[in-house]
Ligand binder design. Structure first.
Ligand code: GTP
Ligand code: MG
Ligand code: ZN
Length: 321
């Protein structure tokens, strides 16, 4: 084996991954590089050993172009369970500063459970989370008796703010909230995550038209179920500063390898009660005199959040059997 002189190694940033080829930014230039086979040796638990946002050590070779030799240690990551058979950990993005959970208030309809699951995934890594409620231009259709005259986006924004999460109301179409969003993205590496069709790519294009990301041509109503417009996770630099990562829509955000005892900690409003239950291993579902259950009864903990908790708990338990 020939030894490689040190001057031929450098580091780069992974900005996109296509079937086994990585787009790596090195000193402002994008290189298409192949990872070393041994990086894929242990794929039993991790689906993708290299993720967008990873810093990698690259061996430059004048003839072959270059190879990725090593993934440098990650500061953090946003991960989920991979879809399909043989669930593994799928790392969505590595080395990020904040997670922007994007939901739409209509088309597709708002689903608090999806927001809560992504928020839980971010809390698991101690990541900063912000929420964007997009498509507020569509919500005049929704006012009425059921919401007591309060717009749904106002209701949910107040709710998540009360939990401590910054929540912005926006419209990629009319431009509402875009300036505020741009300010929040400046100088950070932010990943946008949410269901398909909520407008992640549209919001990014509104923030920086230079990005020219592909957006769905037809509204979700006219779209066939299961079609994603964004097919690859990609990292881009914003002209106003900061980096953003656009991701394909998630259908199901599962938390890989979650310990059932870990679940309650992912819900900020449950944390003050932890350690005060009658049983050390209280699951907060059926045990008598459980303060978390009491808080749910008193509406101090919202039913929607408790439902999300129970769902994640059931999945965590199933994974541990
Ligand atoms: N009325 C309205 N439509 C919007 C808004 N934002 C996006 N859309 C539309 O919603 C559809 C989906 O937008 P995309 O930006 O492709 O959604 P996405 O979240 O990136 O979807 P995936 O890439 O599949 O995950 C498109 O037809 C957009 O034009 C908005 O604020 N208001
Ligand atoms: Mg998209
Ligand atoms: Zn309890």
């Amino acid at each position: 084996m020939t030894s490689i002189p040190p001057e031929s190694t450098t580091t780069g940033l992974v900005i996109r991954i296509d079937a086994r080829r990585c787009h790596v930014e090195i000193e402002g230039e994008v290189h298409l590089l192949v990872p070393r086979g041994r990086l894929f040796e242990d794929r039993r638990s991790v689906k993708n050993p290299i993720a967008v946002g990873d810093r990698v050590r690259v061996l430059l070779d004048a003839e072959a172009g270059g190879t990725i030799d090593e993934v440098l240690p990650r500061r953090n990551k946003l991960a989920r369970s991979s879809a399909g058979e043989g669930t593994r950990e799928q790392i969505m993005v590595a080395n990020l500063d904040q997670v922007l959970v994007v939901a739409s208030i209509a088309e597709p309809a708002f689903r608090s459970q999806m927001v809560d699951r992504i928020v839980a995934g971010a809390e698991r890594e101690g990541l900063l989370v912000r929420i964007v409620l997009n498509k507020v231009d569509l919500e005049q259709d929704l006012t009425g008796a059921t919401t007591g005259g309060v717009l749904p986006s106002e209701h949910w924004a107040n709710f998540y703010e009360s939990l401590g999460y910054t929540c912005l109301r926006a419209s990629a179409t009319t431009g509402v909230g875009i300036e505020a969003l741009r300010e929040r993205l400046c100088d950070h590496l932010t990943v946008l995550c949410g269901m398909s069709g909520v407008g992640k790519s549209s919001l990014l294009n509104a923030i920086d038209p230079e990005l020219k990301l592909r957006v769905g041509l037809v509204s979700v109503r006219g779209r066939r179920e299961g079609r994603h417009t964004t097919t690859h996770t990609s990292l881009s630099r914003l002209s106003g500063g900061g980096h953003v990562v656009d991701t394909p829509g998630v259908r199901n955000f599962g938390l890989f390898g979650l310990d059932p005892r870990e679940v309650a900690e992912l819900f900020v409003e449950m944390r003050p009660f932890l350690g005060t239950c009658n049983f050390d291993d209280c699951s907060h579902t059926h045990e008598p005199k459980c303060p978390i259950r009491a808080a749910v009864e008193d509406n101090a903990i919202a039913g929607s959040r408790y439902d999300a908790y129970k769902e994640l708990l059931a999945e965590a338990k199933a994974g541990h059997l």
